[in-house]
Design a binder for this molecule. Structure first.
Ligand code: GAR
Length: 229
């Protein structure tokens, strides 16, 4: 259990992480947890792909994993079956928070509503612009000056829940979709732990009535960061 500056022990936030790919964001959370830099306990990782490198990262850190592959023996697992297994696993792990970190399946409203904890998603654009896929390419095509990533509450509508935090970069004249992806990922690796810290310390809340953070002394959401290092 970590101790904050006022010497008050903080109960670790139990986090389940859903992944589909490399898991570089998961790795940042694992590193921060192991260093005692974030008051979290990663209670399990669910992947919808058995070849996701994120699974290796979780296993190396002795974190329980569940592989609910979207294709098994050549047959595609329907979303309803995936969601039933995922819900059962999440209920068993009892997380306080579910983090979608590069999770590429669209989840149904009933799964989200019946999940045992609120869910946040990391998305590679400055929402509400560029929901969905190919965000870096779309930014370049539109000639946007700014780009970045967002962390939002997950609701039934894709990438449309309350945006909590964003990190912003200036698009460079020489940027390509690949360079933007790499630059945005560097921002994500700061934004995700930072946002989870704010949630763990109850500075940010995912309660339905307080997500607007209706406090006249605080800026309205999303909190926007220009991260310089
Ligand atoms: C991240 O860049 C994240 O923003 C994106 O997938 C990547 C996963 O990277 N998520 C989405 O596009 C969700 N719509 P990682 O597996 O290395 O953490």
């Amino acid at each position: 259990m970590s101790v904050d500056k006022t010497s008050q022990p903080i109960k670790p936030l139990r986090i389940a992480v859903l992944v589909s790919g490399s898991g570089s964001n998961l790795q940042v959370l694992i590193d921060a947890m192991q260093a005692g830099a974030l008051p979290i306990e990663i209670v399990g990782v669910i992947s919808n792909r058995e070849d996701a490198y994120a699974l290796t990262r979780a296993k190396d850190a002795n974190i329980p994993v569940a592989v609910l592959s979207h294709v098994a023996s050549g047959k595609r697992m329907g979303i309803k079956t995936f969601e039933a297994h995922a819900n059962e696993q999440l209920v068993a792990w009892q997380p306080d928070l579910i983090v979608l970190a590069g999770f590429m399946r669209v989840l149904s409203g009933s799964f989200i509503d019946n999940a045992p904890a609120p869910m946040i998603n990391l998305h590679p654009s400055l929402l509400p612009v560029y929901k969905g896929l190919d965000t870096h390419q779309r930014v370049l095509q539109a000639g946007d000056r700014y780009h970045g990533c967002s962390i939002h509450k997950v609701t039934a509508e894709l990438d449309a829940g309350q945006v909590l935090t964003q990190a912003v970069l200036s698009v460079d004249i020489n940027d390509t979709a690949e360079s933007l992806q790499s630059r945005v990922q560097k921002l994500e690796h700061k934004l995700l732990p930072w946002t989870i810290l704010l949630l763990a310390k109850s500075v940010l809340s995912l309660e339905a009535e307080s997500t607007s953070q209706a406090n006249q002394y605080l800026p309205t959401l999303p909190l926007q960061l220009f991260i310089t290092s």
